[in-house]
Design a protein around this ligand. Structure first.
Ligand code: SF4
Ligand code: SF4
Length: 680
């Protein structure tokens, strides 16, 4: 690495020490404040499963996996990130040279240093190009999702000046020391040293001194500036990725009721410390907003704003939260609670966050699967719903009927629980109470049991299972709601009454495999019931079982009419549980079906609008989410939109009728399409 072999430059250990002392004291003070503010949050263990954490750190943190979902801007960020890592070695070296002009990092005096010089200058150029691209996007392209803040432009300028001062300082040093062995290796600085051709030595020395000290001062100032804005993520992003939630995407945290006086989150201090880390880490990039169905259809929900609003309140109450954090840290919980109670502040739900926004979320998961720094919006929002429902008894009026149905009859339609097996009718569907045991428990779900359209799907599925000779049975009246609607709308208490009843029934019959046609039931049983004692149960979706039955030759499909079909991914099957291929494979096995993808598919799939309990609420703000989706399906030219979720089927079917497309488009479940094309 280039070291200065010449006289006449200003190197002062005293000045460097003073600079470092001031900058690092200031930085340590700010970080201590941020730490104590974060401690105002509740305890949460994120020290488990270290191997999985390091793996995520490598792929999502250092590998920048999520940024690369997006071309262009994604690569720009990756270039700046890697460039930063490369030039950080240089930063340490330049600080060392404030003490000794010949300072180099260990092993950097020989070939390693020369190789580094080549790499460093290459990355310096890459960073400058990436910064130019970033400035072009911000100032000329102005993508909708970006907040075009002054801070962001200032940061671009700051980083550019750090790189430029380093290069020009090196260029001056090369001019002062023509025999330096890094000539040519530090290729960009070598080229730039031509700028000093013909200059007096004293002039070049002055240039060097200015660039050298400007660089060191600007680096330390940059470090101190970071915690005060959205660029705090430069420091917190890697810890945030390491301390990510490791439970399945849609799984909510189990609430403990014993000994608790408050439920959910009604104040910032009710959040876990991790939410404060989320607030520090949000880059305001707006990736979460891009395909948020609520935001795109004019609801007051904007996932980025949820995080930014909370951060703004946290910073506005920084003194109070820091004091609470110190009290909680010292174990003085009662004093902390009294301080929290006494603090006047705008209400978190209603003033900081719009209450309508909290109800508008469909829990589709687009936001959190696209956030590059692993911010979890769904638990944040559901925690606030929990507070509204269980602490304030504030439930949208239309939802009250569904909750009553869940309480009284274990289904949101409030149909008598005694009618849960009426859908069977004349079909041959075995009941587990008669059969005693079966390879598969077919978990029918409330929609499959009570909603007439979805009863047709369930009947079609049973015919297919009978044809294939699958050993299965249903629970009939012994089945209860899986708990998804209650849990997603924040009624954790009701959910915790429902889930154990199903689990006890599963255990009574020693159920080993569950198959379900509902991705919400699938998610509950596979990902959330284990927190309540369900173990050693394999859960599969009907699309996976049907695909397997075709593979094994137990179901044979014949060619049907020529039809164009587009498949709609259910959020709880696709994004939350990574099942994209099985339903497509089922359709591709049918001759005559031409599959066409909608532009927003798989991970980028657009929600139908029914998740998160929204199926049982009115949608009277903005445009309808299901209309947005059905417009997209119709634009593909498909005759049919297929799905593998009862909620999606209902929403898409309704949208077809409401947009008067019944003559040109229909919605069906994959089981129905298969049955129509079954070779018997
Ligand atoms: S929450 Fe994540 S995706 Fe959304 S703006 Fe912040 S960093 Fe970007
Ligand atoms: S989960 Fe879906 S609806 Fe809810 S905030 Fe995120 S993107 Fe929007």
């Amino acid at each position: 690495m280039l070291s200065l072999q010449t006289e006449g430059v200003f190197v002062s250990p005293l000045f460097m020490s003073l600079l470092l002392f001031c900058a690092m004291s200031l930085f340590a003070g700010t970080m201590a404040d941020r730490y104590w503010l974060l401690r105002a949050g509740e305890r949460e263990n994120r020290n488990d499963r270290l191997v999985a954490r390091f793996r995520a750190l490598l792929s999502i943190g250092f590998g920048q996996k999520r940024l690369l979902y997006e071309k262009g801007a994604g690569w720009m960020h990756v270039a700046i990130f890697i460039g930063f890592l490369v030039v950080s070695l240089r930063t340490v070296t330049l600080i060392g040279r404030g003490y000794d002009p010949h300072f180099n990092l260990p092993f950097f005096d020989g070939p390693v240093g020369l190789a580094y010089a080549v790499v460093k200058d290459t990355f310096a150029l890459i960073i400058l190009l990436a910064l130019a691209y970033a400035a072009f996007r911000r100032l000329v392209v102005k993508p909708e999702r970006l907040h075009l803040s002054v801070e962001a432009n200032l940061i671009l300028l700051w980083i550019a000046s750090l790189i430029a001062s380093d290069l020009l300082g090196d260029a001056a040093a090369l001019r002062l020391d023509p025999g330096n062995h890094e000539h040519g290796y530090a290729w960009l600085s070598t080229a730039l040293s031509g700028l000093f051709a013909g200059s007096e030595t004293a002039t070049v020395q002055t240039w060097f001194n200015i660039m050298f000290w400007f660089h060191n001062i600007a680096v330390l100032a940059f470090l101190n500036f970071l915690p005060f804005g959205k660029h705090f993520h430069v420091l917190t992003a890697l810890p945030a990725v390491f301390l990510r939630r490791l439970t399945p995407s849609a799984a909510l945290e189990k609430m403990e009721f014993e000994g608790m006086e408050t439920f959910g989150v009604g104040k910032l201090e009710d959040f876990s410390w991790r939410r404060f880390l989320d607030m520090y880490t949000c880059t305001e990039c707006g990736r979460c907003n891009e395909m948020c169905p609520a935001d795109l259809t004019g609801k007051p929900l904007n996932p980025r704003s949820i995080i930014v609003n909370e951060r703004d309140q946290a910073y506005a109450m920084a003194d109070h939260l820091t004091a609470v954090g110190k009290l909680k840290g010292a174990g003085k919980t009662a004093v902390a609670t009294a301080l929290i109670e006494a603090q006047e502040r705008p209400a978190l739900i209603g003033e900081v966050n719009d209450e309508e926004a909290i109800w508008a979320c469909t829990t589709c998961g687009y936001c959190q699967t696209h956030c590059p720094v692993m911010i979890d919006h769904i638990p944040n929002i559901v925690d606030q719903r929990r507070h509204l429902v269980m602490m304030e008894a504030k439930v949208p009026s239309v939802l009250q009927g569904a909750l009553k149905g869940l309480e009284n009859n274990s289904n949101p339609w409030n149909v008598s629980a005694a009618g849960r097996e009426d859908w069977i009718g004349e079909l041959e569907v075995p009941l587990l109470r008669d059969k005693g045991t079966a390879e598969y428990l077919l978990f029918v779900g409330c929609a499959g049991s009570f909603d007439s359209r979805n009863v047709e799907v369930m009947q079609a599925l049973c015919v297919l299972l009978n044809e294939a000779g699958v050993d299965y049975a249903v629970l009939g009246t012994e089945e209860g709601c899986c708990g998804d609607p209650a849990r997603r709308v924040g009624h954790e208490y009701l959910f915790q009454m429902q889930a154990p009843q199903n689990i006890t029934t599963f255990q009574k019959y020693k159920v080993g495999k569950v198959v379900t046609a509902c991705p919400h039931c699938f998610n509950m049983i596979a990902n959330e019931y284990p927190d309540f004692g369900l173990a050693d149960v394999e859960v599969i979706h009907h699309s996976e079982l049907l695909s397997e039955l075709v593979d094994k030759g137990k179901l044979k499909l014949k060619g049907g009419e020529k039809t164009k079909v587009t498949f709609h991914d259910s959020c709880y099957l696709g994004r939350h549980n990574d099942i994209y291929d099985a339903p497509r494979k089922v359709l591709s096995g049918i001759d005559g079906i031409e599959q066409i993808e909608m532009p927003r598919n798989k991970r980028e799939g657009f929600c139908c609008g029914a998740g998160g309990g929204r199926m049982f609420m009115e949608e009277d703000i903005g445009t309808r989410i299901n209309h947005n989706r059905i417009d997209e399906a119709a634009e593909t030219g498909a005759d049919e939109v297929c799905t593998a979720c009862p909620f999606c089927l209902t929403m898409l079917g309704d949208a077809i009728k409401e947009t008067e497309r019944s003559d040109s488009l229909r919605a069906r479940d994959i089981a129905e399409v298969m049955l129509e094309n079954l070779e018997r």
